[in-house]
Design a binder for this molecule. Structure first.
Ligand SMILES: Cc1cc2nc3c(=O)[nH]c(=O)nc-3n(C[C@H](O)[C@H](O)[C@H](O)COP(=O)(O)OP(=O)(O)OC[C@H]3O[C@@H](n4cnc5c(N)ncnc54)[C@H](O)[C@@H]3O)c2cc1C
Length: 412
């Protein structure tokens, strides 16, 4: 019976949660003394995993990606594990880390509580714009895209806020889609059909990348009808919920410079908010993410066998490649804790595995369907490579193995 088992609960069905659940089911559970007495329970607001980096292009039209690869059913991907796994579509609303019980609202209606033996917090972070990832479930994301797409053909001006990759990519995709691209010999696109303004508080775009690459990105944006406004923060928008509550409102955007911009569409593409509303404030770091041991990925303050991984946790900057490097570390440490709890000898289970963030300059930023800037492992990449690795399909080529768990066939 499911409820007599020791539950290892994973909260969040995206890069971090899906990966750690597969890894535990493949490598931890089978190695525990009585493996039938454990189950992995994945609780997620969304029943589908999605290639989130694809959102800046995917929001324009369903025709730009193979939808069956963009959205993948989580329960389908875990059928392979039989009774050792359960999926619950629901949203965690309260963690009582002392009583070791999680409370969640079910998508189907109602509220439930589950005690846990181990817990992995992998609830990620939400963008201000509901166009750029899951801020609710998959139906909410699709409804936002539908609202935006309906308004897009009539838009005469667009403002995007945020000089990081999300803002740059979104402005670039919209620019190329609506305006096309200036010829090889032109330095900018004259009289774009839909002028797009990209506003950044920074003195340069793309702060993770060196200035020369940021400037190259700016040039590429100019060629698709995007004007970059630097050193200006968006201080207010009217109506108040433009870009967040509604994605298709005519908006007045006020900047910290005192200037105002009128836009038919406004997209806030900067910053994310960690999904931690269900956690006690004691467990959070000053930046609002879960205060996580950066070496072991345990949440030391929360008690035994409670962990955090992915954008919700503060051990590293939010990026998929850093999550994928953290998964095997966390999985080994969870396995170790479970073995110790099951009575295994300390000497037999070995030492903790230690995570170390790779801080080398690594980021790829497509600008439309054929160009982009980026660096990998500290080396600048030519535009062609950025296209080949990311811009072609925004990483869709990588997620099949992740969602199915094949990526974790080896322990790490
Ligand atoms: C537009 C955009 C483009 C990006 N491009 C790149 C890129 O090219 N390369 C890169 O490395 N990174 C990129 N990132 C960052 C990358 O997407 C994140 O690092 C990654 O998605 C984080 O994965 P995660 O599993 O931690 O959380 P998320 O992807 O944020 O997913 C969180 C999951 O938890 C669920 N959830 C939330 N709250 C609850 C709750 N209370 N209870 C239960 N479930 C909950 C959500 O529904 C979701 O399924 C991009 C991000 C954005 C927004």
């Amino acid at each position: 019976m499911a409820d007599t088992k020791k539950s290892i609960i994973v909260l969040g069905g995206s890069y971090a949660g899906v990966s750690i659940a597969h890894n535990l089911l493949k490598h931890a559970i089978p190695n525990l003394p009585s493996k039938e007495s454990y189950e992995v329970v994945l609780i997620s607001t969304t029943s589908q995993a999605m290639c989130r980096p694809a959102c800046p292009r995917a929001l324009i039209s369903d025709d730009l990606f193979d939808q069956s690869r963009l959205f993948v059913s989580i329960p389908e991907q875990f059928k392979q594990y039989g009774a050792n796994f359960r999926f619950i579509q629901g949203t965690a609303t309260e963690l009582d880390h002392s009583a070791r019980v999680i409370t969640f609202d079910l998508k189907a209606g109602g509220t439930e509580k589950l005690p846990f033996h181990a817990l992995v917090i992998a609830t990620g972070a939400a963008t201000a714009s509901p166009l750029l990832g899951f801020t609710g479930d998959e139906d909410g994301l699709r409804a936002s895209w539908a609202e935006f797409r309906k308004a897009l053909p009539a838009a005469k001006s667009i403002v995007v806020a945020g000089g990081g990759p999300t803002g740059v990519e979104t402005a670039g995709e919209l620019g190329e889609h609506l305006n096309g691209r200036a010829g090889y010999l032109s330095s900018k696109l004259e009289n774009p059909k839909v002028p797009i303004t990209l506003v950044t508080a920074g003195s340069e775009l793309l702060p993770i990348l060196r200035t020369s690459l940021a400037r190259k990105a700016e040039d590429m944006l100019t060629k698709v009808g995007v004007t970059v406004v630097k050193n200006a923060r968006v201080t207010a928008v009217a109506p108040e919920h433009a870009g967040t509550g509604t994605v298709a409102a005519k908006t007045t955007v006020t900047l910290s410079t005192g200037k105002t911009l009128e836009a038919d569409l406004y997209i806030p593409g900067c910053g994310t908010t960690p999904n931690t509303g269900f956690l006690s404030k004691d467990l959070l770091a000053a930046d609002g993410r879960v205060d996580t041991n950066a070496a072991t990925l345990r949440v030391d303050k929360a008690g035994p066998r409670i962990y955090a991984i992915g954008d919700v946790a503060n051990y590293a900057r939010p990026a998929v490649h850093l999550i994928l490097a953290a998964v095997p570390v966390l999985a080994v440490n969870i396995k170790k804790d479970l073995l110790l709890d099951a009575g295994k000898d300390k000497a037999a289970v070995g030492e903790d595995r230690v995570y170390k963030e790779d801080t080398k300059e690594t980021q790829m930023v497509p600008i439309g369907k054929s160009k982009g800037v980026g660096a990998g492992g500290g080396f600048a990449l030519p535009s062609f490579m950025v296209w080949l690795i990311k811009g072609r399909d925004y990483w869709l080529w990588t997620v099949g193995k992740l969602w199915s768990g094949q990526q974790w066939n080896k322990e790490g």
